[in-house]
Design a binder for this molecule. Structure first.
Ligand code: URA
Length: 190
């Protein structure tokens, strides 16, 4: 864990060196060391960057509801994101709004995520949406193609799921999401 503290400090220094004009608040992962399951999202949103915790906003509520349905609880897991700051753009009204992380941002944070995975050492890595899936597999395969499949990855099992925020924009995914969560809970019992 001491090594992770050092890695965090290095990351904070690197980011403040790169983004000198603006203060980038980093939201690190949280959860149990040696958690059996690690959930990896895309990047914090507004609420997460205020509270300093991943998945605290609406997407997190969707996530918790489905986890409860499957008998899995967030306390048994480790939850993190690929990109540790909130990517923003300025909207037409002059307010900051969320945007997807750029390739460059993902590339910047990936080495830290890989260290984080090695440190927590989960058996299962559940990716939420395309960003963590494509970053970890270094591929362009999409969550639409791979969701709900257990994929062998670096001595662990990677399980791609849709991002819980996608249910907000696309409610027709709810049944698929529910099936994927239930399949995951069956696989975890096996
Ligand atoms: N979406 C994410 O991918 N991560 C969060 O922490 C919040 C929303």
């Amino acid at each position: 864990m001491r090594e992770m503290d050092k890695a965090r400090r290095e990351l904070e220094e690197m980011i403040s060196g790169l983004y000198t004009g603006e203060k980038k608040l980093l939201v690190f992962g949280e959860g149990r060391q040696n958690a059996r399951v690690m959930l990896v999202g895309e990047a914090p949103g507004e609420k997460e960057s205020i509270e300093g915790r991943p998945f605290g906003g609406k997407a997190g509520q969707n996530l918790n509801a489905f986890l409860e349905l499957s008998g899995l609880s967030r306390e048994e897991m480790y939850v993190t994101n690929v990109v540790k700051f909130r990517p923003t753009k300025v909207s037409a009204t002059g307010r900051a709004s969320n945007r997807p992380p750029t390739k460059e941002e993902i590339r910047l944070f990936l080495p830290f995520l890989l260290k984080e995975i090695d440190s927590v050492a989960p058996e299962w890595v559940v990716t939420l949406g395309n960003v963590p899936l494509q970053a970890l597999l270094s591929s362009r395969d999409t969550v639409g193609q791979l969701h709900g499949q257990a994929i062998s990855w670096r001595e662990r099992t990677l399980y791609p799921m849709y991002h819980p925020a996608s249910l907000i924009y696309n409610p027709s995914l709810r049944d698929t999401y529910r099936e994927d969560v239930l399949r995951l809970s069956e696989l975890l019992k096996a």
